[in-house]
Design a protein around this ligand. Structure first.
Ligand SMILES: Cc1cc2nc3c(=O)[nH]c(=O)nc-3n(C[C@H](O)[C@H](O)[C@H](O)COP(=O)(O)O)c2cc1C
Length: 368
């Protein structure tokens, strides 16, 4: 049983590594140290359901949504809104909200609980101008007391765990970061996720993992590390180097959805249900084939949940984000970009994966 061997994992070459057991504090049931990052345009129902097909048997993790605006949530039908569509079978949903005002937050968390949320994540990392103008997202990192109050007011209005996703802040200032994360913990946050880049860096430069280690050593609550993880080795390196409880993966999980399976296999989990007789994709060629297969699965779920126009926008954006690990990936992107129908998209994917000699790389330049 995977949970029995959770603390000791093998890196596949006979060395055992120690993994802290804090993950189970996440909802009391999370048992695998990898989760998808909230991403606008990407962390939607079709992607989540496709990724779930790669989750090992018995593994439990958190599932984000796209960022949801707390001023809009109370006025929307969450079961109809494209940003918050969910599958009946989806559990461990951890929607991310953007906001800073008590009434909208109070109403939003109530709506989200009815919708099926098992925890609420507050965005304090979004660096886009709109978030800065409205004083939410990473703006909240400009005022420690205010950020703490936003957490406390959210906690006050829900019995769900409340987590916060942050960046490294506005300037390289470890003392500030220390005071900031302690204030969030004091405000009642159940765990924090750190994407260790400054607000001004957006997604440029390199994520500074040492800051994850820094806050992990300070805090009593679990810490999820995030930033520039590209493959299974990176997942375990981040766990080991920083001591974080879990690794959140954004862009690379779109390219390598089977990272969930690879991490699970390293921990002794059984393969995903439905993949018992399949070999885990490991080689560059096997990974390329699996990428094509995952796009077909994504298409299936996109068709199920989205009308064609919006579905295609989402599929194209997904290919734009995920193609960079594949040789000839840019060609795939330019071919899918002009697709006008779901059938076009399907034929393009089939043809592309039949007619090219494809391989996926372990690491690529992660550009903006
Ligand atoms: C297309 C895209 C959309 C994103 N949207 C959000 C968001 O809505 N909320 C958030 O907290 N972070 C968002 N992020 C940041 C990611 O959650 C993550 O912190 C970042 O991509 C670094 O992780 P990675 O290197 O594993 O991709 C977004 C990133 C991308 C690429």
């Amino acid at each position: 049983m995977a949970s029995m061997i959770w603390q000791i994992i093998s890196d596949g070459v006979g060395e055992d590594k120690y993994i802290p057991p804090m993950t189970t504090q996440l909802l009391g049931k999370v048992n695998i140290p990898i989760t998808l990052a909230p991403m606008v345009g990407i962390s939607h129902v079709a992607v989540r359901l496709m990724l779930r097909e790669y989750l090992p048997e018995g593994a439990v993790t958190l599932w984000p949504t796209e960022m949801l605006n707390s001023r809009k949530i109370p006025k929307q039908d969450l079961t109809e809104n494209p940003l918050s569509l969910r599958g009946e079978e989806e559990t461990e949903l951890s929607p991310q909200i953007l906001g800073n005002e008590e009434i909208p937050i109070k109403e939003s968390v109530a709506c989200l609980k009815d919708w099926g949320a098992e925890s609420i994540d507050i965005n304090m990392g979004c660096p886009v101008n709109k978030a800065l103008r409205h004083n939410y997202g990473v703006s909240l990192m400009g005022d420690i007391g205010y950020a703490r109050d936003v957490v406390a007011m959210t906690v006050k209005h829900t019995d769900l765990p409340v987590s916060v996703k942050i960046r490294a802040g506005f300037q390289k200032d470890r003392d500030f970061l220390k005071r900031f994360v302690l204030a969030l913990q004091d405000g009642g946050a159940s765990w924090l996720t750190l994407h260790p880049r400054l607000a001004s860096e957006k997604r440029r430069g390199r994520a500074d993992w040492s800051q994850i280690q820094f806050i992990k050593e300070i805090l009593d609550i679990p810490v999820i590390g995030n930033g520039d993880v590209q493959n299974c080795t990176d997942v375990f390196e981040m766990l080991e180097q920083t001591g974080c409880d879990m690794v959140m993966v954004g862009r690379a999980l779109t390219a390598r959805p089977w990272l969930l399976w690879q991490v699970g296999a390293s921990l002794g989990f059984e393969p995903p249900p439905g993949r018992r007789s399949d070999e885990l994709p490991r080689t560059p060629e096997m990974e390329a084939i699996e990428y094509g297969r995952s796009l077909m699965t994504l298409l299936k779920y996109t068709k199920q949940y989205y009308e064609e126009r919006l579905g295609l926008v989402r599929l194209k954006f997904y290919v734009k984000t995920s193609n960079v690990w594949l040789n000839f990936g840019h060609s795939l992107f330019t071919q899918t970009r002009v697709c006008k129908t779901y059938d076009d998209f399907e034929n393009t994917i089939k043809k592309f994966f039949e007619s090219n000699s494809l391989a996926m790389t372990q690491k690529t330049d992660l550009r903006e």
